[in-house]
Design a protein around this ligand. Structure first.
Ligand SMILES: [Zn+2]
Length: 467
């Protein structure tokens, strides 16, 4: 199978230039400067020729933080690996990295097996896993080495959720020590869960049960404190550290300070922290529950600092933390008690479009859009240069993006298996036109042309951002 994509502007993390792309089977075979005439010779015997005139040709998005069909408080997130990866494809994301959860008291490897079984044979695009460590002990520490050998090279710990995923400083230190020796990357949910639980308890005792109190009981300072602590623990062990879903200025300040010292510290943020705010959680009635995620949406003042962090590379990656729960029956579990609202937002479909709005608004460059949504996640999680770039030999995960179209985000038209959108009615400039996953067209002319099970598990190398 031979495909020629010609006439477009190829955008990489280095810049943009008119380039034609030759795809042979699952890989990129060659690039040629536009107008070089080479594409004319490629066209002979090609199965498909795509005219990308006026469009951007970009590497497929990589969403390094999703939670498909994740158990939470007696329910589970609404997208399966099948529906979630299909929605990802619609939005120009051709790879997700989800989280396999270790059940407390069970083994890390058993958690991985359980998540592999959920994803096996159903995904529309490629996928991989991080492992969540719920139980740090001698066995799970040894299993980290084994998972690294299997291509699972990143491990997430939680400083939040006492009694569920919470890791003590001792647990964190031991896991970091192991990562320092086996080359893995430690990912941290950085919020001081012990202090937050006390604040939550006091709020409930005062009868403060509305959704907005989810946010008000998790102050940004508690994210800043935990981020600083994680950074210092990592410094002692010399382990690289990646802060997930960074949402606030105190946490960003801690990351900036560490990076300025030269410590291997990285952070991701998510579209919801760039576009939504505490005001959304305070919408009347119970509607605010649609916006309950952790860390919570912050006051609008934090957003400018996050955009600046994206420009300066203090924030290296944009992921979604996609963890959708329907408003009906799922979010509604928390009526009368915000602590019972399942935490998480839908987002996997709109990350590329939303961050492109940063290009439209002049917050980031076109090249930086590609870098934070594709190239950096590929490097950070050991997928580069197989993913995250359009170069000879790389997987032909390619998005043709039309900067001229406009669209309106709505639950009525999105493809995620959830009954609302956080961005309902939002006008977007730009849109995905065609998507290739390993050389196969999965989105074409407004329809899904992919296939359940086309997506494969991708074992990962060690992070390239480290050392
Ligand atoms: Zn998450």
């Amino acid at each position: 199978m031979r495909t020629v994509i010609r006439g477009g502007t190829l955008v990489s993390s280095d810049g943009a230039a008119p380039m034609d792309v030759l795809v042979q089977d699952e890989r990129v075979a060659a690039l040629a400067a536009g107008f070089s005439g080479l594409a004319d010779t490629w066209q002979e015997g090609a199965d498909h020729v795509i005219d990308a005139t006026g469009k951007y040709v970009v590497p497929g998005g990589i969403d390094a933080h999703t939670h498909m069909e994740m158990p939470f408080g007696g329910t589970k997130s609404a997208d399966t690996f099948e529906t979630g990866t299909r929605a990802a494809a619609w939005g120009g994301t051709t790879m997700i990295v989800d989280f396999a959860i270790q059940t407390k008291g069970a083994s890390l490897l058993a958690g991985m097996d359980a998540w592999q079984a959920k994803a096996d044979g159903v995904c529309a695009v490629d996928y991989s896993f991080h492992a969540i460590i719920s139980d740090v002990n001698e066995t799970s520490l040894k299993e980290m080495d084994e998972l690294v050998a299997q291509g699972v090279t990143s491990f997430k710990l939680f400083m939040a959720y006492p009694g569920v995923f919470y890791a003590t400083d001792s647990d964190i230190l031991r896991a970091m020590d192991r990562a320092a020796s086996n080359g893995a990357l430690i990912m941290m949910h950085a919020e001081n869960g012990i202090a937050i639980d006390a604040i939550v308890g006091a709020a409930l005792a005062r009868g403060q049960t509305d959704p907005v109190f989810h946010g008000l009981t998790r102050p940004a300072e508690m994210e800043g404190e935990a981020t600083s602590r994680a950074i210092r623990l990592a410094q002692v062990t010399k382990a690289p550290l990646y802060i997930v879903h960074l949402s606030s200025t105190p946490a960003l300040a801690a990351v900036v300070e560490a990076r300025d010292r030269g410590q291997n510290t990285f952070a991701e943020t998510c579209p919801q922290y760039l576009f939504l705010s505490e005001d959304d959680m305070a919408r009347p009635g119970f509607e605010g529950a649609k916006f309950v995620c952790t860390p919570p949406l912050r006051p609008r003042e934090h957003q400018a600092a996050l955009w600046r962090g994206l420009r300066t590379d203090d924030l290296s990656v944009v992921a979604t933390d996609h963890c959708p729960f329907c408003f009906a029956e799922q979010k509604e579990l928390g009526i009368g008690d915000f602590t019972k609202i399942p935490n998480g937002l839908p987002g996997v479909e709109h990350r590329m479009d939303l961050i492109y709005q940063g290009v439209v608004a002049g917050e980031i460059t076109l090249a930086r859009w590609v870098e934070v949504t594709s190239t950096n996640p590929a490097k950070m999680f050991g997928l580069y240069p197989r993913k995250g770039t359009i170069a000879p030999g790389s997987d032909a995960d390619i998005v043709i993006y039309d900067p001229a179209v406009t669209q309106t985000i709505s639950a009525a038209t999105h493809h995620m298996a959830v009954d609302y959108s956080c961005y309902e009615g939002m006008q977007i400039t730009g849109g995905v036109e065609t998507v290739f996953s390993r050389g196969r067209q999965v989105i074409s002319a407004g329809s899904y042309t992919g296939e359940q099970g086309h997506g494969r598990f991708v074992p990962r190398d060690l992070s390239r951002h480290i050392r």
